[in-house]
Ligand binder design. Structure first.
Ligand code: ADP
Ligand code: MG
Length: 459
C-alpha cells in the first residue's frame, strides 16, 4: 500500500504541463543538435509554466540556461507544436521573473453581456487533483480551456454527484478568463437557466436574454439533466446551442448520466450532444483520494505530521465514493479532534471515535459499482470502459470478469448485471460468465488474476 510520503500531490494544470513538457523534453534529449551533455546541463531543469493558444513560456533557474535555451527556441517551438497539433511561439524566462500573463479586458461599447458571468473563482485547474478516475475529463476540459471552440464542442462531462464536474466546469471558465479576458464566458446551472427563461418570458425580455446568450464565446452549463421535461427551456436552449455551435463557440455541459440516459430530453438534443465529446468521471481511487486529502490539509495549513498515516489511509479507503464525502470526512475528523479529543496527535483511536456510528462509511458495502471499480483498476481501465461498447480484447476480458464477480459475489440476476454494464441483455452476461469459468480452467494466469481480484473484492 502506498504511504503518504510517496504521494506527490499534483494539481490539474501542473499535471498537464508536466506531462506535455516531459514529452517535449524526451524529443529534445534525442535531438542531434543538442546532445546529452548540453541537454543535462541546460535543459533538464526547465519547466513549462504557461500555455495558451499562441504562446508557451518555459522557465529556467539560471541566466546561462536561459541563454542556451533561447538559441533553441525555434526547435522547442516546433517540437511543442507537433505534440499540440497547432503552432505555438515559445519564450524562455528566468523562474523568478515569471508572472502569469494577464491583460485588462477591453469592454466594447454597447456590448451585449451578462452583468455577472457566475464563474466561481475558487474552482481552478490549480486546485484540482488528477488521477486515473478523472484524467480523461480533466484533459478534455483543459483542451477546451486553452483552445475554446476548436476541438470538442460540446464537451459533455458526466458522472455521479460529488466527483468534480462543477469544479472542472468552473476551472475551464477561470482559465479562459485569465488567458483571454476579452472572451465572454457564462456559467449557469440548468435550473437557473430554466428560471431565467421563465422570468424573461414573463417580463418580455426573452429576446434580449437569447441575444446575450448568443453573444457568448463560452457557455458552461451545469447539471443539464434538470432541463429535461421543460419544453420552453428546451426550445430556447436548442436555438442557443445551435447558434453557438455554428459559430464555433465553446459549450461544456455536465450531467449525472450520459446524454442517452437522460429521460425527458428531446432526441434532437441528445443527438446534438453526442456530436461532440462525452467523457465520464469515476470515484477517486485510493491514491487520488489520498492526494486530495493531503492537498486539502496543506491548504488549511494543517501540519500533516500530526496525523497518523493510517488515519488518512482509513479515510481514503472508506469515504472515497465521491470527493464531497471525502472532504466531509476530513472536516469531521478535524472538527472532532479540535473540539473533543484533547490530544495534539490525530491517531487511529481519535479517527474511530470521530467516525463512530457514521453511516456514510461504505467499506463493507459491496456493490456492482465497487466490483467494476476494482476490476477496472486491476486492468488499468476506467469504469466507463467496462460499460462501453468497445470490444478491444483487454476491455472485453475485464468486462467479462467484472460481470462474473457480480454474479458470484452479489448473486445478481443476469438481466440486472446486463443493465449495469451498458444495457446488455441477459444472454450476453450468461455467456460472459461461462467464458470466465472455462478460461479459468484452461489458463493458469487467468485463474491467478481471478484469485487476486477476488481477494481485492473481499477486502
Ligand atoms: P459534482 O459537480 O460532480 O457534484 P463538485 O465539482 O461540486 O462535484 O465537487 C465536490 C467537491 O469536491 C468540491 O468541493 C470540489 O472542489 C471537490 N473536488 C472534486 N474533485 C476534486 C479533485 N479532483 N481535486 C480536488 N478537489 C475536488
Ligand atoms: Mg455539480
Amino acid at each position: 500500500m502506498i504511504t503518504l510520503e510517496e504521494v506527490t500531490v499534483m494539481t490539474g494544470v501542473e499535471y498537464f504541463y508536466n506531462d506535455l513538457w516531459a514529452k517535449a523534453k524526451n524529443l529534445l534529449k534525442e535531438d542531434s543538435s543538442i546532445g546529452k551533455l548540453v541537454y543535462e546541463t541546460y535543459f533538464e531543469e526547465s519547466n513549462l509554466v504557461f500555455l495558451n493558444e499562441e504562446k508557451a513560456i518555459i522557465a529556467v533557474p539560471t541566466n546561462l540556461q536561459k541563454m542556451i535555451l533561447s538559441q533553441k527556441l525555434h526547435l522547442i517551438g516546433t517540437i511543442l507544436s507537433s505534440i499540440l497539433n497547432h503552432s505555438v511561439n515559445c519564450e524562455v524566462h528566468l523562474e523568478n521573473d515569471v508572472v502569469a500573463p494577464g491583460i485588462t479586458p477591453i469592454k466594447e461599447e454597447n456590448e451585449v453581456v451578462f452583468d455577472d458571468d457566475h464563474v466561481m473563482p475558487e474552482y481552478t485547474f490549480d486546485n484540482f487533483i488528477v488521477g486515473p478516475s478523472n484524467k480523461e475529463a480533466h484533459s478534455a476540459s483543459l483542451a477546451c480551456a486553452y483552445t475554446p471552440g476548436k476541438f470538442y464542442t460540446p464537451l459533455f462531462i458526466y458522472g455521479n454527484s460529488g466527483l468534480g464536474k462543477t469544479h472542472l466546469l468552473n476551472s475551464i471558465g477561470n482559465y479562459i478568463k485569465q488567458n483571454d479576458p476579452s472572451k465572454k464566458v457564462f456559467y449557469t446551472s440548468s435550473t437557473d437557466f430554466v428560471t431565467s427563461v421563465v422570468n424573461s418570458i414573463k417580463d418580455n425580455s426573452i429576446e434580449k436574454f437569447k441575444e446575450k446568450m448568443n453573444h457568448l464565446d463560452v457557455l458552461l452549463m451545469d447539471d443539464i439533466q434538470f432541463i429535461a421535461g421543460k419544453e420552453k427551456s428546451h426550445e430556447v436552449f436548442f436555438n442557443i446551442f445551435n447558434e453557438l455551435v455554428n459559430n464555433k463557440k465553446q459549450i461544456v455541459l455536465t450531467s449525472d448520466r450520459n446524454p442517452s440516459e437522460i429521460k425527458g430530453l428531446e432526441d434532437r438534443l441528445i443527438s446534438r450532444f453526442s456530436s461532440g465529446l462525452s467523457v465520464g468521471m469515476d470515484s477517486p481511487e485510493f491514491e487520488t483520494a489520498l492526494a486530495i486529502l493531503k492537498f486539502r490539509l496543506e491548504h488549511q495549513s494543517v501540519d500533516t505530521s500530526t496525523i497518523d498515516n493510517e488515519v488518512l489511509n482509513y479515510i481514503a479507503t472508506n469515504f472515497n465514493k465521491d470527493v464531497r464525502k471525502l472532504e466531509g470526512a476530513l472536516n469531521r475528523l478535524l472538527f472532532y479532534s479540535i473540539n473533543f479529543s484533547g490530544s495534539e496527535r490525530i491517531d487511529f483511536k481519535v479517527a474511530l471515535a470521530a467516525f463512530k456510528g457514521n453511516s456514510t462509511s461504505d467499506k463493507n458495502e459491496l456493490s456492482a459499482n465497487k466490483i467494476k471499480r476494482i476490476v477496472a483498476d486491476y486492468y488499468g481501465l476506467t469504469k466507463q470502459q467496462l460499460s462501453s461498447n468497445t470490444r478491444t480484447k483487454n476491455i472485453a476480458t475485464a468486462r467479462h470478469i467484472a460481470m462474473y464477480f457480480c454474479r458470484k459475489c452479489l448473486d445478481l440476476p443476469f438481466s440486472k448485471i446486463g443493465e449495469e454494464f451498458g444495457k446488455r441483455d441477459h444472454s450476453t452476461v450468461m455467456n460472459a460468465c461461462e467464458k470466465v469459468e472455462r478460461n479459468s480452467k484452461s489458463d493458469i494466469n487467468y485463474k491467478q488474476a481471478l484469485i487476486e481480484i477476488e481477494k481485492l473484492i473481499s477486502n
